[in-house]
Design a protein around this ligand. Structure first.
Ligand SMILES: C[S@@+](CC[C@H](N)C(=O)[O-])C[C@H]1O[C@@H](n2cnc3c(N)ncnc32)[C@H](O)[C@@H]1O
Length: 255
């Protein structure tokens, strides 16, 4: 566990970045800029110290051990806490610690009944969104290909603008060009923040920081938490780069 430090002692691990905890945590931040802060820590330790936010937008460990057959033996490692029972136990620990007006929580078909039950204990359930990836992912080769993921929506946010349908079509990043094996498209995360009008966002399972990259592009404040330091480093580097316009990303909605 990272020891809490007084704000005056906060220091950056990325040269030249100024430090200011965005949503009020007293933990030492790994990276911070005017909009985004990263904590290299277990979210169970950090979440109780954060101020309430508009949106918790997260892609947690799903409860399936993620290791592509293509990468077995090539140094790929399963994602921390990625095992069905471990993940559900983690969700049960995390949800009571969350202070957000709305939750958008990625899940998949074989985990969603449990996710639904767990989220429903704390937030009014609003619906399931479908992220249509447009092509098959991994899974049972004798059954329909898994070309989508689910996003559970729960809480009090009201949709901004048009009443869009719940199937969202965004191309995934090519697997050979990802910062994280389960990286989500920046454009999809930006769209979700925009639709629920979130000015402050938290991602307790940050991975390579895609939620923070989207928040920064949108001018929203965002806190990310990640146990794996190598992903914190990747996320910090992504955030330290000049902000690119959404239109230049290779993850636009499909026609
Ligand atoms: C599915 S990945 C998120 C990937 C992310 N959407 C991206 O685009 O890079 C979930 C991440 O949660 C991290 N994690 C697992 N348990 C955690 C915990 N208790 N606190 C913080 N991070 C955790 C894992 O190391 C993993 O990188």
């Amino acid at each position: 566990m990272t020891a809490p430090l007084p704000t005056s002692e906060l220091a950056s691990s990325v040269a030249g970045q100024s430090f200011a905890p965005v949503l009020g945590s007293g933990f030492r931040s790994y990276y911070s800029d005017a909009l985004c802060t990263i904590y290299h820590a277990d979210c169970i330790d950090v979440l109780p110290t954060l101020a309430p936010c508009d949106l918790l937008l997260t892609d947690p460990p799903y409860g399936v051990t993620y290791q592509s057959n293509h990468r077995v033996g090539q140094g790929s490692t399963p994602i921390t806490n990625d095992g069905t029972r471990l993940s559900l136990a983690l969700y049960r620990q995390v949800l009571p610690l969350v202070k957000a007006n709305h939750l958008l929580w990625f899940t998949r078909w074989d985990a969603w009944p449990d996710v639904w039950a767990i989220l429903g204990q704390y937030y009014p359930l609003r619906g399931l969104l479908v992220w249509d990836k447009g092509h098959n992912g991994m899974g049972d080769l004798n059954h329909w290909g898994l070309s989508y993921e689910l996003i559970a929506s729960a809480g009090g946010a009201k949709l901004q603008g048009a009443r869009d349908g719940s199937v969202l079509r965004y191309k995934p990043k090519p697997s050979n060009d990802r910062h994280h094996p389960t990286e989500k498209p920046v454009g999809l995360l930006a769209y979700l923040m925009e639709k629920v009008n979130a000015k402050t966002v938290c991602d307790p399972f940050m991975g390579s920081g895609t939620t923070l990259v989207a928040a920064k592009q949108m001018g929203r404040k965002c806190v990310g938490i990640e146990t794996n330091e190598s992903y914190c480093e990747i996320a910090a580097k992504r955030l330290a780069q000049d902000v690119m316009t959404l239109g230049s990303q290779n993850d636009q909605g499909m026609p």
